[in-house]
Design a protein around this ligand. Structure first.
Ligand SMILES: Cc1cc2nc3c(=O)[nH]c(=O)nc-3n(C[C@H](O)[C@H](O)[C@H](O)COP(=O)(O)OP(=O)(O)OC[C@H]3O[C@@H](n4cnc5c(N)ncnc54)[C@H](O)[C@@H]3O)c2cc1C
Length: 437
């Protein structure tokens, strides 16, 4: 294993772990507000930035040690080389002057935040997800260019911790990759909470006016400007392939520069596999790990029949309410030639939503027409990231809508949302009493 930076890569150091630590901390501030509405009042939250940054650092360092360094040390036969890897040819790699020869090589160099060359970019000392998560003190206001996962997760977190946030999305809606009803529900929840969102924004130029950073843009033909103390560019991930010598190894990339792989994670070069963000697949840690397993199983036994199947890997976006999904959406299924039947319920049909006051959200189940097997679940709900794991099980097991509807669920729990949605294929759930069979 060759690593040029910090062990643990993006996820531990400037991705999942620091972002979720801060997001969870920001939840306390929000819950204090919601508690006030229910008659338990706290003084308004004061943010101690030094403590916040210290906790974030501590969690990252602890997990890096416990889940990477300690495990690595305990694995016989695994050698960590610190240095920068570069292909010399298809079967050999240079690591800062040292030659490594191998019949099988896995590329797992990941990605980094993509930053388009907006005119004036260098003037404004912009942030990316990486630098934003390492801030020791949060800015009073923040303009986020992009309306994808990083923008909504970090946008809501900054807002809850006292920053005035404006999200600028190029397209007609945020989270273009998720089902429309789910994205719209989150949009409404974010705006209700006080995050400003502008869609159909074409960024023209960035500039500085004293201490203020300004985004000059066009919206449906009109000139508009957005002002903030800092600008965060969050428009996606670029593959980390520069300088690693893919050409010398004969490894092809796609039009966006990601390493091309087949469903066994084989690249175009025999003896070289790739996994993780560098392949431009689902670009989440769990998918990267699964891709790595498929690649290594295929290396060891090409007859194993191992294939990557993204339709059985759940994903979540850690906003509040959380967005989560697995499998086919209605459009994706139609593109794949699968006829579907779908049902959507608002989470207000679930008693627990009223009990906790987290009433924003929807759940959609997509089933294959005829067999009624569940092939996709898409939701926006409080605790959505937990709920989706059950949906993953249902998809993986090939359960039908009726089978899911027949499983009693704990009352009251947000997990009931799945069952109520399944029941809704055949019954009017607005007329069902709690726990109705
Ligand atoms: C803000 C943010 C939040 C996220 N939150 C989540 C989340 O909640 N859940 C989730 O599942 N996913 C999340 N992700 C995505 C997740 O972090 C990535 O999908 C995952 O880290 C990709 O893993 P990887 O191994 O492909 O790449 P990386 O984790 O980027 O690792 C690649 C490693 O390769 C090293 N490297 C690169 N080039 C070379 C070279 N030439 N020689 C030697 N070493 C090299 C790098 O230093 C790096 O350590 C988040 C990402 C971001 C940015």
């Amino acid at each position: 294993m060759i690593e040029k930076g910090l062990l643990g890569g993006t996820c531990i150091n400037w991705g999942c772990v620091p972002s979720k630590t801060l997001i969870h901390t920001a939840l306390f501030a929000r819950e204090a507000v919601l508690a006030g509405v229910r008659g338990v009042r706290f003084p308004s939250p004061e943010i101690d930035h030094a403590v916040l940054a210290g906790v974030r650092r501590k969690v990252v360092e602890e997990l890096r040690r416990k889940k990477y360094l300690d495990i690595l040390e305990a694995l016989p036969g695994l050698t960590l080389l610190e240095g920068t890897a570069r292909f010399v040819d298809r079967g050999s790699i240079d690591v800062d002057g040292r030659r490594i020869v191998s019949e099988r090589i896995l590329i797992a160099t990941g990605g980094f935040p993509r930053v388009p060359r907006f005119p004036g970019l260098e003037e404004v000392d912009y942030l990316t997800s990486k630098t934003a998560l390492l801030l020791e003190k949060f800015p009073p206001s923040l303009v986020i260019i992009g309306g994808g996962v990083v923008a909504v997760e970090l946008g809501q977190m900054f807002h809850r911790l006292g920053t005035k946030v404006t999200i600028l999305e190029h397209g007609p809606r945020i989270l273009q990759g998720v089902e429309p009803e789910v994205a719209e529900e989150l949009h409404r929840a974010l705006v209700k909470e006080g995050v400003e969102i502008a869609v159909n924004i074409n960024v023209c130029r960035l500039r500085k006016e004293g201490d203020v950073s300004v985004v000059d843009a066009q919206r449906e033909g009109a000139t508009v400007e957005f002002r903030g103390s800092r600008i965060l560019v969050a428009v996606g991930t670029a593959p980390a392939t520069a300088g690693i010598g893919l050409e010398s190894a004969g490894v092809e990339t796609d039009a966006r520069g990601f390493v091309k792989v087949d469903n066994r994670m084989r690249t175009s070069a025999p003896g070289i596999w790739a996994a993780g963000d560098v392949t431009g697949g689902m670009m989440i840690a769990t998918a990267g790990a699964r891709e790595g397993v498929v690649a290594v199983d295929d290396m060891v036994d090409p007859e194993c029949g191992c294939r990557i199947d993204y339709r059985t890997i759940p994903m979540a976006i850690f906003t509040d309410p959380e967005v989560a999904s697995i499998g086919y959406g209605i459009r994706a299924a139609a593109d794949a030639g699968i006829e579907t039947v779908a049902n959507t319920i608002p989470v207000t049909e679930v008693a627990k939503a009223h009990i906790t006051g987290h009433t924003s959200g929807v759940v959609t189940i997509v089933a294959e027409k005829g067999t009624m097997r569940i092939i996709g679940v898409h939701l926006c709900a409080h605790r959505g990231a937990d709920i989706i794991n059950e949906a993953a099980l249902a998809v993986r097991a090939g359960m039908t809508v009726d089978e899911l509807a027949a499983v009693p669920h704990v009352y009251p729990s947000m997990g009931e949302a799945l069952r109520v949605c399944a029941q809704g294929f055949t019954r009017d759930v607005t007329m069902l009493s709690c726990c109705a069979e």
